[in-house]
Write a protein of this length. Sequence first.
Lengths: 239, 327
Amino acid sequence: MTLLSVRGVSKRFGGLVAVNNVSFDVAAGELVGLIGPNGSGKTTLLNILSGLADPDGGEILLDNVPCQGLTPERLAHRGVMRMFQLTRVFRRMNVIDNLLVAGRALGLGADEALARADALISELRLDVIRHLDAGQLSGGQMKLLEFGVCFMVPPRIALLDEPFAAVHPTMKEIMGDFIRSRHEKGQTFILVSHDMPVVVELCPRAVCMNAGAVVIDATTREVLNDPRVIEAYLGGQAA
Amino acid sequence: MAPSSATSPAADRSGAQLSNTKTTVEFRAALVAMAIVALIPLGVSNPYWLGVLIVSMYFAILAGAWNLLAGYTGQFSLAPATFAMIGAYTTGLLNHYFGVAPLLGIVAAVVVSGLVGLLLGRAVLRLVGPYLALTTLSFAEIMRLVASNSIDITRGDLGLGVEGLMNSRVGWYYLFLGALVVLLILFYMLLRSKAGLFLQAIRDDEVAARRAGVNVVFWKTAAFAISAAASGFAGALYAHFAELVTPELGLIGQTGLIVSMTVIGGMGTLAGPLVAAFLVYVLSEWLRDVGGYQLVVFAALVIIFARFFREGLWGLARAAVKRRGRA
């Protein structure tokens, strides 16, 4: 069953076409890798999907209901949760409160939110820093915290933008295990990453973008062996 | 990797307590400070100094209200004194022209200033930083000039005479103290609730707050309205204490004092601005003879605290307690 449908979505910044007539579907429970070289439009597409940018054209359907133009908070309540490439946490609030914000805003009661925050803290191995302000954490710990925020209330679809970038291998493993276990339970993901071994390991399917457009949408193995993808990454040297 | 076992209810409870510990400690410290303030009339009977302390409490309410907006929500408005003026004129005009009882006038002042705050909050919703500060400063000056030039209605700079509530200065002292403690308790309850979480989340990162599902439009507007209503309440109370309302209540210098008190006390802390309101206002009385130069002193203090002691006097006190604990 299709959960998210992206149909002919475009976005321009002046003369630059950042997203060009992009279409693909994501079925419920799928884990889709979104790859492409820098500047290919992946983050802009996630901005559109998470309500931070309005598309200039096209349509986005969530559960077959149009959702383009909704605010990020409305989309969060409809189950679209976004992790940013450049980490965004509440720096003057402690780790627990960072998690509680999402839990309480998405309708959990105080006790339930706290229980979920504690469970996530344990699962993401953040116990030692649970009462530290987020601003005092290392870059990797902040990423892990933001990752946790996305799962305070299990989302319909998690949009993860470069969760593994500049992160210690141990933390990468924690996030990888978390994604794998949630995927096995039916969680839907779009995962943006430049870390190809991880994409290969986690994502059965991948969509590759270049210059704002979809180059190929197939199994991850097929995508990575496609000459157009190699050309997009290596700038034509492999052609 | 298998998820770790679920945490026990006991751990949840301890988490809940620790999560709100900072606010609770600040609240208790503020209550202790207010208890000390409550004892002062036992040793000080000089009406002048009681008056100074009453005005300090007026400013403490304004600093607390502005701190909710600027310190906890990150909206640097430059109109706190204006809302006090709006509250004062609301009860003043109702009393002067329609004979409305002061208590009813004070309630009306809270409602009117809260509504004006709500409208201003909606109007400046998308403004941040210097744009927000300049827009609210313009609003403040426009409102003050309107009050000053509407001579037929407000009597302009001559001031509007209003009815007092009582003659006892000690009575006024405890009325202001009671009002301050009630507002302190209300702010504490607000900050302990999910509203407190949302306001601080908006302050730290508005985009991340929206991503987390926080209704930023609602909570930013609510913070403006609550802060304005509390300021209007202080202004209305002050109007009946002074028995006179003038546009001077909305002078930018008054806002300067409120900002100084909050920054010196510690923005985003519950106790700091309240305690600093007393210190700064008493200091301003001591410096009365040097006239406008006192502003230089306060400006220098604000710069020093903003640059070197971001958490103000409260932060310094906390660091000192920690050091003593380690020793």
